[in-house]
Write a protein that binds this ligand. Structure first.
Ligand code: ASP
Length: 582
């Protein structure tokens, strides 16, 4: 490391008992100040490394957040005054001479206590002074550095792709930029570098990566911003297995670089298994509470609610205590998620120790059903059993959400539980207008054995087409996704057709890609994962805004710079634009 330290000789946070007697100069902000009478002040001085206490025996006017330069000598604190809560708590700097480099107005937000997020973002440059933000942004920087290292080591070439592009569909709206030189025409900002990275493969670059900025105009959430960074990668002459290997290596290396411990094994499960066991294509496997199929137990049931194609359940260990209000709340949630209701039973114990169900539905159930259900769900006295009876897809989905609601630990607990989900279907669903919804983007290669279903087309048959797409999931967050790509124009056209993109539109929007495939496109596959999400997981943060220096608020605004804002009429005119009265 370059040791040039400018105005200082040491950083505040690095001083300790070993430095006793050393003359030092530190620079930073006054974190707190305490005065004792007229002529004694204790200044806690803070820089990016931490805080050190400076004892000043002269009259000074150094208030909170003043920028100071302090020269003095390190000494051990007097007996009984050490502060074990502070890394430098054993020592202080004495005989201090204080130079005030810059005065500061009183802070508009408190730096030591929580404050409303809008205010934090309005004064983000002050908010960044907090230890939490300092730590998080440094974790993020380590993430970036480790990713680069791992990708370089695996022979990937860093290539920058443009920001002003034609639309790259990833399922969101585009942000568009009007062109001055081509009035009436617009660039899109990239939702991802997807098409360019595929063109790099046609271009013979073999292994591409980029820490890429992607922009998607969609509603913001805890794990979503308009713009985000992803590790974007693509490789030629490889399939899913190799990509999974490259990315696992990069993520493991990154996790180890930040936490000091390796990621451990990353299990691979199929999409079907994920939906079956967890009711989600991004299962949080930090906890159990797996979904258990009980349909067969109710094959000849008299209970109307269970006369359905699928009955599945979960066991809430120790859940028998759950109060009626909470159960009502959960029932309402299940209905919101699309279920007709929630069947629940408290589990007690008979005199001979067998589990006994207690719930309003018991009176409609046979003795055998009541006896086998807790067995199947491995429920014992003190537990709660919850069932959803419906179509299988819906039962899975609702139970998956219920499982999260009841069992999900906070982000900072339970360690990291990564897994790969493979064999996604090509289409996730058919929307109300009969259009299939792609599970990934339209450049994903269908499973070769299922091409027939694609050609025959239409409804349910489309839902049977498997794809060669895979996701990386950690703690219930979809960290990223990728796929083997189509590299043949004819297959690409079939997929476009299934998605309702006709030939003319395909030609207009993606003609360049189809043309490129004609000039010797190698088989290729790739992946991308969200760096904001990975950094947040590693920092133990629920919200990616905590690992982004200058994020937008939930409503997509930046209270600091007042973006988005109006544009001068002259500027609009130059762009050939006129605003419609709102
Ligand atoms: N382009 C995809 C995305 O941004 C990732 C990939 O398929 O490589 O989500």
């Amino acid at each position: 490391m370059n040791e040039a330290r400018g105005l200082r000789t040491h950083y505040c946070g690095e001083l300790g008992a070993a430095d006793e007697g050393v003359p030092v100069v530190v620079c930073g902000w006054v974190d707190r100040r305490r005065t004792h009478g007229e002529h004694l002040a204790f200044l806690d001085v803070r820089d990016h490394t931490g805080v050190v206490q400076c004892v000043v025996d002269e009259r000074i006017d150094a208030r909170n957040e003043y920028v100071v330069r302090i020269a003095g000598v390190v000494r051990i604190r007097p007996e009984g005054t050490a502060n074990p809560a502070l890394a430098t708590g054993e020592i202080e700097i004495g005989d201090c001479g204080v130079e005030i480099l810059k005065r500061a107005e009183p802070m508009p937000i408190p730096l030591h206590t929580d404050v409303d997020e809008n205010l934090r973002l309005r004064y983000r440059y002050l908010d960044l002074r907090r230890a939490r933000m300092q730590r998080n942004l440094r974790i993020r920087a380590r993430v970036n550095a480790a990713i680069r290292q791992a990708m370089d080591a695996q022979g990937f070439v860093e290539i920058e792709t443009p920001m002003l592009v034609a639309s790259t569909p990833e399922g969101a709206r585009d942000f568009v930029v009007p062109s001055r030189l081509h009035p009436g025409s617009f660039y899109a900002l990239p939702q991802s570098p997807q098409l360019f990275k595929q063109l790099c493969m046609v271009g013979g670059l073999d292994r591409y990566y980029q820490i890429a900025r992607c922009l998607r105009d969609e509603d913001l959430r805890a794990d979503r911003q308009f713009e985000f960074m992803q590790l974007d990668a693509e490789a030629a002459f490889v399939g899913a297995e190799e990509v999974i290997d490259f990315i696992t290596t990069a993520v493991s290396h990154t996790v180890e670089a930040v936490t000091g411990s390796p990621l451990g094994e990353v299990p691979i499960i199929t999409w079907n298994e994920a939906m079956d066991r967890y009711g989600s294509d991004k299962p949080d496997t930090r906890f159990g509470m797996e979904l258990v199929d009980c349909t067969d137990l109710f094959a000849g049931t008299q209970a109307r609610v269970f006369q359905v194609p699928c009955v599945k359940g979960i066991t809430v260990t120790g859940g028998a205590e759950m109060g009626r209000n909470r159960i009502d709340e959960l029932t309402a949630a299940c209905k919101r998620w699309g279920a007709k209701g929630l069947a629940w039973f408290r589990v007690g114990e008979s005199e001979d120790g067998a589990p006994v169900l207690d719930g309003a539905l018991c009176k409609f159930m046979s003795a055998e059903e009541q006896a086998t259900l807790p067995q199947r769900l491995e429920a014992g006295a003190g537990d709660m059993v919850m069932l959803i009876a419906d179509e299988p897809r819906l039962a899975n989905r609702v139970l998956g959400l219920l499982r999260l609601e009841l069992g999900r630990p906070p982000v900072s607990e339970g360690g990291l539980a990564p897994l790969w989900v493979v064999d996604f279907p090509l289409f996730e669903d058919i929307d109300d207008e009969g259009n299939p919804q792609p599970a990934h983007h339209p450049f994903t290669m269908p499973h070769p054995d299922d091409l027939d279903y694609l050609v025959r087309g239409g409804g349910e048959s489309l839902l049977r087409v498997r794809s060669q797409a895979y996701d990386l999931v950690i703690n219930g967050w979809e960290l990223g996704s990728g796929s083997v790509r189509i590299h043949d124009a004819a297959i690409q056209m079939q997929v476009f057709a299934a998605l309702g993109i006709d030939e003319a539109e395909a030609e207009r929007r993606f003609g360049f890609l189809l043309e490129a495939f004609g000039y010797g496109a190698p088989p290729h596959a790739g992946f991308a994962f969200g760096i904001d999400r990975l950094a947040a997981l590693l920092a133990g943060e629920e919200n990616i805004r905590e690992v982004i220096a200058f994020p937008k608020t939930q409503s997509g605004a930046d209270p600091l710079t007042s973006a988005p804002g109006p544009v001068e009429p002259a500027h609009l005119a130059e762009l050939g634009l006129r605003l419609r009265p709102s």
